[in-house]
Write a protein that binds this ligand. Structure first.
Ligand code: GDP
Ligand code: MN
Length: 445
């Protein structure tokens, strides 16, 4: 677990430092908002002194739990009360109670914090859409930095919902920090069903372990959790009940940055222009992570050519070289940014494709990423006109950035990205090839 372990240690070290400093600065005689009692995180990673607000059953639990309307499940929902000045004590009490209930429960975690403001002027105009974030509890501060930018650059106009997923339940601290940070809209916090984040029966775990040991030299090659993440984003995220209620999702990750104001509703743009899939950055895949993926893909296409007849297959050249071998050009959409119509994945045809791939075992015996697999779905099931390149937002995920090139955008939309570091037309990017295939004018947006 070398690569990922280093990351985790760094995050834990940073959080410890933050706690240590903040704890000392904010400690007050009346009782600090942020406790300084333990600068090294314990398992519960508790950072907020909830006890000062009492525990459930004491006098301050005036909130009412109401059921959310996600699916058929009864989902505990905290309704932000816009009539009162301070919801924080009730939110804390609610979260303490939910954490205790979760500890006793075998169900997946599902909690809604509903900050839908009745007087929000955009009510009724919003698309059925959510931001989608898979992350760990320890990612919370990196995530808050990203959310600050996302809110300032885009979402404060629109108040779209957030859906946060985790392979373990979110702590009350995590939910509290996010829920108090995002001013309006709905926040869905959910854990992932264990069967979507574990080894399927057909996988030989000894063989999987050997494969990890042998892939030490590629990024995340030796990581078990990374493989579960890639498999989850390949075949399961769209089945989560909290995700499934939406038509569009915009995937983001803790730590990514946005560089320009977006002065229109990007979800609405997708709807109006009948776009199904939007990307910001594209890239070549490490061949060593997917040695047999393309061969498997080609076999699927050949074996299913009759059902695939229903699709134009006009986007196959996104990925397939124009040579006698019909080889893979290793291009893929970089899925850490992805804005798509859920129906691209949530359908029988894609599920059939995913199940076929999953049965081959390449998520574990190799290190198949969700990026090449999503790109294959796009190539199989969508048309040229359904793809959109987002080139006016300015987006970075280490180590690459998409930076707008038009001076006027920098003036109008207050971009902060150096146009010279734009990766779009770098030799390692596939974007110019993609644009040639989809024929989309790169200035459109
Ligand atoms: P990279 O972008 O390929 O380097 O991969 P990341 O480490 O950024 O992971 C992709 C996304 O999945 C990020 O949003 C992470 O927060 C999330 N993620 C990765 N591994 C895990 C995990 O083990 N558990 C959870 N809950 N989220 C994870
Ligand atoms: Mn990432």
């Amino acid at each position: 677990m070398g690569g990922i372990d280093i990351g985790i240690h760094r995050i834990v070290a940073c959080m410890a430092l933050v706690l240590f400093i903040v704890g000392h600065i904010l400690a007050t005689p009346q009782g600090a908002l942020v406790g300084s009692r333990n600068p090294t995180l314990d398992n519960s990673s508790e950072i907020l002194n909830f006890q000062q607000y009492g525990t459930p059953g004491e006098n301050n639990g005036t909130y009412e739990i109401e059921n959310g309307d996600v699916g058929t499940a009864d989902i505990p929902t905290f309704h932000w009360d816009w009539e009162i000045r301070d919801n924080v004590p009730e939110l804390k009490t609610f979260l303490i109670e939910q954490e205790q209930l979760q500890e006793m429960s075998s169900e997946i975690q599902q909690i809604i914090v509903d900050k839908y403001e009745p007087s929000d002027s955009y009510n009724g105009q919003r698309e059925n859409a959510t931001f989608l974030i898979l992350c760990r509890n320890d990612d919370v501060f990196d995530l808050l930095q990203t959310l600050r930018l996302l809110q300032d650059r885009f979402n404060h106009h629109y108040n779209y919902d957030f859906t946060l997923l985790n392979d373990v339940p979110f702590t009350k601290d995590f939910i509290f920090l996010i829920s108090t940070f995002i001013p309006r809209g709905r926040l869905n916090f959910g854990s992932i069903p264990p069967e979507h984040w574990s080894y399927p029966d057909h996988i030989d775990q000894e063989r999987a372990m050997q494969a990890r040991l042998q892939m030490d030299d590629i990024p995340y090659g030796n990581s078990d959790s990374y493989r579960h993440m890639c498999r989850y984003y390949s075949g399961f995220f769209y089945k989560h009940p909290m995700v499934r209620q939406y038509q569009y999702y915009w995937r983001i990750e803790p730590g990514v940055t946005f560089h320009c104001d977006l002065s229109y509703d990007l979800f609405k743009y997708m709807k109006t222009h009948d776009k199904k899939y939007a990307f910001a950055i594209s890239l070549f895949e490490y061949l060593a992570s997917i040695p047999t993926l393309w061969k498997s893909f080609k076999k699927y296409v050949n074996d299913n050519i009759h059902t695939l007849d229903n699709f134009s297959l006009q986007l196959l050249p996104l990925l397939q070289n124009d040579d006698i071998y019909e080889s893979y050009n290793l291009c893929h959409f970089w899925t850490n940014f992805e804005l798509a119509d859920l129906s691209v994945f949530d359908n029988d045809q894609y599920n059939d494709f995913f199940t076929y791939l999953d049965n081959l075992g390449g998520f574990f015996y190799e290190r198949w990423g969700d990026a090449p697999i999503h790109s294959m779905a796009v190539a199989l099931f969508l048309n040229k006109s359904q793809i959109h390149w987002v080139n006016d937002l300015g987006y970075s995920h280490q180590p690459y950035s998409q930076c707008p090139q038009e001076t006027q955008l920098y003036v109008d939309n207050k971009c902060t990205c150096d146009p010279d570091v734009d990766f779009s037309f770098n030799l390692l990017s596939c974007t110019s090839h993609f644009l040639k295939v989809i024929n989309e004018d790169k200035d459109s947006g």
